[in-house]
Design a protein around this ligand. Structure first.
Ligand code: PMP
Ligand code: GLU
Length: 401
């Protein structure tokens, strides 16, 4: 790398470790190795049939031209209706920008808000891309550390202490990737009270796992009226509707900010894929939302299963995830141990590599999530694969001494 005339920006960016593991898994599978993937976070379900049918109709109706940069008006209205129906929030279409996946919604919001040197608070463990996106904007990520013993949730005191004059924003993800933690209404209220005292701080509320929640109603900082003019909701159809490959996300923001994001998007990518937008519109507006609930129930059963399987491995210690489809056990008790062929496991990256090579199970080390003592397992996989995956993991971990 060092020999090429790359920008500082390109040099300083780390590759996404979740996609790196996906790539490695794909390569090993292509070699005929039977890998069980508990790595990348995407529903194993196919996109529901009613949504696929809508996409086919859109193709036949010639939705093949550029869409408006912020997305089709019908989809932006559908998002507003969804926000009213499910979240009791009133938004106007000009506040909604449809993006190429939730990832672009997060990144463009940061690009539109953050200037060089401004601080963005990121609770750890975090989703791998947040700090990298802040760095792309030349902002400064400031981490608020949490541990398993606080269920990976920041306290109001931690938040208060982390805010400085340079703080521009906080990124809060609930339900969380990678921990599965979900902030309750009271916990959010306590954080909201701190944020009300600091009107310069914007709140990026990543709600992409909204529909995958095992504790009931989805709660968000956007419900506190006093914060509404500085909350940006980041969401999309990838997870809840099993549509990761369609690349449709969106943000709901104050109109002035949505306008700036629109300008960025107009120079960067233009409006997202026309057919995928029609599919997403159908996803939100079809009366039949039963597939979302069916998938949620399947994830909940798998959550219960995975908790039992992890509890059966003495060297792992996990919280009970309340949403999303990840479990994030502490695995440091294995550091310093030796493999059957004499290699020492020093850290979570080496442990994940050992599990891949010996157990043929793909996981993701906590390092990329800012939590090097942990390892992430996605349970967006069949109960059969999860059971077999953990049987292999247990066996491989038992062999360490
Ligand atoms: N936020 C979080 C927390 C995620 O886990 C993901 C998954 N990649 C995204 C945003 C982006 O989702 P998308 O696949 O729609 O870009
Ligand atoms: N969000 C998923 C994950 O964390 C998909 C990969 C990515 O976008 O990083 O595994």
């Amino acid at each position: 790398m060092d020999n090429y005339p790359l920008s500082q920006r390109a040099r300083s960016l780390s590759a996404s470790p979740t996609f790196a593991m996906l790539q490695k898994t794909t390569e090993l599978k292509a070699q005929g190795i039977d890998i069980i993937s508990l790595s990348v976070g995407e529903p194993d379900f196919n996109t529901p049939q009613n949504i696929k049918d809508a996409a086919k109709r859109a193709v036949d109706q010639n939705y093949s031209k550029y869409s408006p940069v912020p997305g089709y008006m019908e989809l932006r209205k559908a998002v507003c209706k969804k926000l009213l129906r499910e979240n009791n929030l009133q938004y106007e279409p000009q506040q909604i920008i449809v993006t190429n996946g939730g990832k672009q919604a997060v990144c463009q919001t940061i690009m539109a808000l953050v200037d060089k040197g401004e601080e963005v608070l990121i609770p750890t463990p975090y989703w791998v891309s947040y700090p990298e996106m802040v760095k792309l904007a030349e902002g400064t990520p400031v981490f608020i550390e949490t541990t398993i013993d606080q269920d990976f949730k920041i306290t109001p005191q931690q938040l208060e202490q982390a805010i400085t004059k340079q703080t521009k924003a906080i990124i809060l993800c609930s339900p969380s990737n990678p921990t599965g933690s979900v902030y309750s209404h009271d916990e959010l209220q306590a954080l909201a009270e701190v944020l009300m005292r600091h009107p310069q701080v914007f709140i990026l509320s990543d709600e992409i796992y909204e529909h995958i929640n095992y504790v009931g109603r989805h709660e968000s900082l956007s419900q506190f009226e006093a914060l509404r003019d500085r909350v940006i909701i980041l969401n999309g159809v990838s997870k809840g509707y099993a549509m990761t490959g369609w690349r449709i996300g969106w943000l709901a923001a104050p109109a002035w900010l949505a306008k700036a994001v629109n300008t960025i998007q107009g120079q960067l990518t233009s409006g997202p894929c026309s057919v995928a937008q029609k599919a997403a519109e159908w996803a939100y507006t079809d009366d039949d939302q039963s597939s979302v609930e069916q998938m949620r129930q399947a994830f909940e059963r798998r959550r219960d299963l995975v908790c039992r399987l992890v509890a059966d491995i003495p060297g792992l210690r996990a919280n009970r995830p309340e949403g999303a489809f990840y479990i994030f056990p502490e695995c440091k008790s294995y550091f310093g141990k030796t493999t059957a062929d004499g290699r020492k496991i020093e850290n979570a990256d080496q442990l994940a590599m050992y599990l891949l090579e010996v157990a043929h199970v793909a996981t993701v080390a906590g390092t990329g999530f800012g939590a090097p003592d942990y390892i992430r397992m996605s349970y967006a996989n069949s109960e059969e694969n999860i059971t077999e995956g953990f049987r292999r993991i247990k066996q491989a971990l038992d062999e360490l001494h």
